[in-house]
Design a protein around this ligand. Structure first.
Ligand SMILES: Nc1ncnc2c1ncn2[C@@H]1O[C@H](COP(=O)(O)OP(=O)(O)OP(=O)(O)O)[C@@H](O)[C@H]1O
Ligand SMILES: [Mg+2]
Length: 351
């Protein structure tokens, strides 16, 4: 692992080596997909009913943070429908013509997966409206005054859109999906199941407390859980450990500076600067960024969301504040009368 990017371990984005490994660890059937009970049950109804009717399934929109299983679900939809799958992404479709070419080559019942659908260009989006609703596109031939539009019928297909930013999707596009599934962060128990399955595929032996330890450091995200599992595997191999128990998992992940709550070096640096240099805040974002030697944007978009989600940091109009839970997590005593110190609300401290 390179030490260049401190976010490699607990960041939610994909790391280069990860693509092939992720593909291998992806569940292929809906029943192997762990957690997300509500979405799974609803989706299963949508698919089953279209199978009974013998038609292509309704268009499906999947939204939620990175690494929670949107791409995995899109692939499962195609395989559950025994339909071919075409994969593209919003940024790849810059011209309406790009999309028209894809749409006009779809076969009946095919699943078209558009990842990052919120990043599609406006003209392509408008073309998609008609295709989704009427299974028809108008192809423009020629330029200027001589241009004519030729209507083209499309075979019924299923569009699966994925987005990390459902709020950025224009209403008319959102409304054309028959079903929207929002993926939530996973519980520790669910992540343990994901890990157990992955360990089986990686031929790793891990005790139940070992799984629990890795799961509790995985930030509610299967992608991170699988990544930490691979790092634990490296550690175990080098240390000649056959069966990974809780102490091994803990020691391995401490080596990679992923702490008991899944915070990495930058997350901790932010909290430490807040607590030890400013008595818990409030501190302006730019000051905080300078103190930890990072860009303002990195602190705001990379470290903060998880700290806020965990109830360790709060944003106020006057700046950032460390919560009582943050002090405790760092092993510090929260100031007695600090009006500025909020008590952690989202989660109780874990030992
Ligand atoms: N419910 C699940 N059960 C088991 N494994 C899962 C589950 N969800 C995700 N994973 C695993 O996590 C990894 C990441 O999932 P996936 O690529 O589907 O996330 P994503 O939501 O598409 O992320 P992004 O927004 O970055 O594209 C996959 O390798 C997959 O094996
Ligand atoms: Mg994806």
């Amino acid at each position: 692992m390179s030490t260049e990017d401190p976010r490699e371990l607990v960041g939610t984005g994909q790391v280069a080596e990860e693509k092939a490994l992720e593909a291998a660890l992806r569940p292929k059937a809906l029943e192997d997909f762990v957690g997300q009970g509500t979405v799974r049950a609803q989706l299963s109804l949508v698919l089953e009913s279209s199978r009974l009717r013998g038609t292509a399934a309704d268009h499906v929109l999947l939204s939620g943070p990175p690494g929670l299983g949107k791409t995995t679900l899109a692939m499962i939809i195609a395989s559950e429908m025994s339909a071919p799958l075409r994969i593209t992404s919003g940024p790849a479709i810059q011209h309406a013509g790009d999309l028209a070419a894809i749409l006009s080559s779809l076969s009946e019942g095919e699943v078209l997966f558009i990842d990052e659908i919120h990043r599609m260009s406006r003209p392509a989006e408008e073309l998609l409206y008609m295709a989704m609703e009427d299974f028809r596109v108008d192809i423009i031939v020629g330029k200027g005054a001589g241009a004519t539009s030729i209507p083209l019928e499309l075979p019924p297909f299923t569009l699966v859109g994925a987005t990390t930013r459902a709020g950025l999707l224009p209403g008319p596009l959102r409304d054309r999906f028959g079903f929207t599934g929002h993926l939530e962060y996973y519980t520790t128990e669910e992540l343990e199941k994901v890990l157990r399955r992955s360990a089986g595929m990686l031929d790793m032996s891990v005790t139940n407390p070992g799984f629990a330890e890795i799961a509790s450091r995985s930030r509610g995200t299967p992608r991170i859980a699988n990544r930490l599992l691979r790092r634990v595997r490296d550690w175990a191999l080098v240390h000649g450990v056959d069966t990974v128990d809780q102490d091994h998992a803990s020691e391995a992940l401490n080596t990679y500076e992923v702490d008991s709550r899944g915070l990495d070096r930058l997350d901790r640096a932010v909290l430490e600067a807040l607590c030890t240099k400013f008595g818990g805040g409030p501190v302006g974002l730019s000051t905080l960024a300078i103190l930890v030697g990072e860009e303002t944007e990195t602190v705001e978009t990379v470290a903060e969301p998880y700290l806020v989600r965990e109830g360790l940091l709060a944003r106020t109009p006057r700046g950032r504040i460390a919560t009582e839970a943050a002090w405790r997590h760092l092993g510090l005593t929260p100031p007695q009368t600090g009006q500025e110190t909020l008590s952690g609300t989202a989660h109780e401290e874990r030992p």
